[in-house]
Design a protein around this ligand. Structure first.
Ligand code: NAD
Ligand code: GLY
Length: 362
């Protein structure tokens, strides 16, 4: 097992990464001193991991209240959030009753937001069970739900007390979900870690084959990158925005196509290629580096172009991005592989070319 610390002074917390950690629930006991916790999960993850987690915690004197939600991005909304509050209230959960998120990024984001708001804030723990959640969404404290007009538009920064990433849970993950998670792994290489990008070029097939050592290394390296960024800029006043490479385009795809139609990681993959293309048009990224990035995404069988949504619709949806400042869209772009910047000054004609030439091809 490896342990990282997200350094946020009094809000610092550990990330435990290893295989079969669900069987080591005692790692969580320091955060479960109330002797009671609510475990929020969904109808897919519950039959796989809920009962064994509950039994382990029970063995250590912690009783758990299960909260089982419908599965899917389309349920990451205020109605499902209301169902979490209902379950917590009817079980009389108190200020010291932690919420444990057991599942992927959808469960983690919603549980975190419920924890941030229920009784004005209760402790929470992340047990991410998708690759995407282990490398990204469980770390850093972004929590929230979608709004019909925009992705993740309602939320709060609220850090967990601990993150327990059990690599063995990825054994049951569908290949399509694994691939979507790899999109966020590649992101770290692109924005700030060229050696990791090169490692991915050498080892991506091992990740696709669910090689345990390779997965553990990728989760660890991703979490190291993410923790450094979050520790430096918790509330996204600067560097943290770089973690959104591909997301301005990607969120527009997710919202435009209807939540759940494209997986988040798939939309980020297509969005990352669009960001790379735009970076090249600005004269920053070399054409051969754009091709190198496309090649890696293609090996993962991720989409490398957006669906045909039309330029106007794309522009309108991107106008709802959280990174907008004074009405201007700010893009995360690449100076080179391993070095990203935020730019709010993109020539609209170049953006139009990117949107036209990177939709529904390849
Ligand atoms: P997800 O939570 O929908 O999980 C994907 C699917 O895998 C679901 O059907 C889920 O039930 C299933 N699943 C989960 N664990 C499993 C397991 N071990 N075995 C079998 N099936 C399993 O999707 P995701 O890709 O994990 O997360 C995407 C969400 O995360 C999006 O809503 C996105 O906005 C959010 N996100 C948040 C952040 C953040 O910083 N908070 C970062 C990136 C993404
Ligand atoms: N996933 C982007 C962030 O956590 O900032």
């Amino acid at each position: 097992m490896q342990k990282l610390i997200v350094g946020l002074e009094e809000r610092s917390y550990p990330i435990f990464i290893g295989s079969n950690l669900l069987g080591c629930a005692e790692l969580l006991l320091p955060y479960l001193t109330a002797g009671r916790a609510a475990v929020v999960t969904n109808t897919t993850v519950a039959p796989l991991y809920l009962e064994s987690l509950r039994a382990k915690l029970h063995d250590h004197g912690v009783e758990t209240i299960p909260v089982i939600l419908p599965d899917g991005e389309q349920y990451k909304n205020s109605e499902t959030l209301g169902a979490i509050y209902n379950a917590l209230l009817s079980s009389r959960c108190e200020r010291n009753t932690p919420l444990i998120a057991l599942g992927g990024g959808v469960i983690g984001d919603m549980t975190g937001y419920a924890a941030a708001t229920y009784l004005r804030g209760v402790p929470f723990i992340q047990i991410p069970t998708t690759l995407l959640a282990q490398v990204d969404s469980s770390v850093g404290g972004k929590t929230g739900i979608n709004h019909p007009l925009g992705k993740n538009m309602i939320g709060a920064f609220y850090q967990p007390k601990a993150v327990l990433a059990d690599i063995a849970t990825l054994d049951t993950l569908a290949d399509k979900e694994l691939r979507a998670g790899i999109a966020e792994v590649i992101k770290y290489g692109l924005i700030r870690d060229l050696p990791f990008f090169e490692w991915l070029e050498q080892n991506v097939e091992k990740l696709l084959a669910k090689d345990g050592d390779a997965l553990q290394y990728a989760v660890l390296r991703s979490c190291q990158n993410k923790s450094e960024v979050v520790a430096a800029d918790e509330r996204e006043n600067g560097e943290r925005a770089l973690l959104n490479l591909g997301h301005t385009f990607g969120h527009a795809i997710e919202t435009g196509m209807g939540y759940g139609t494209w997986l988040h990681g798939e939309a980020v993959a297509a969005g990352t290629i669009m960001a790379a293309d735009l970076s090249c048009r600005l004269g920053w990224l070399r054409k051969e580096d754009v091709e190198r990035i496309i090649c890696l995404f293609k090996r993962v069988n991720l989409p490398v172009s957006a669906p045909a949504m039309g330029v106007e619709k794309f522009m309108q949806l991107m106008g709802l991005d959280k990174k907008m400042v004074n009405g201007k869209i700010r893009f995360v772009l690449l100076k080179r592989i391993g070095c990203a910047v935020v730019s709010g000054d993109v020539d609209p004609e170049l953006l139009r070319q990117t949107l036209v030439l990177n939709s529904a091809r390849g």
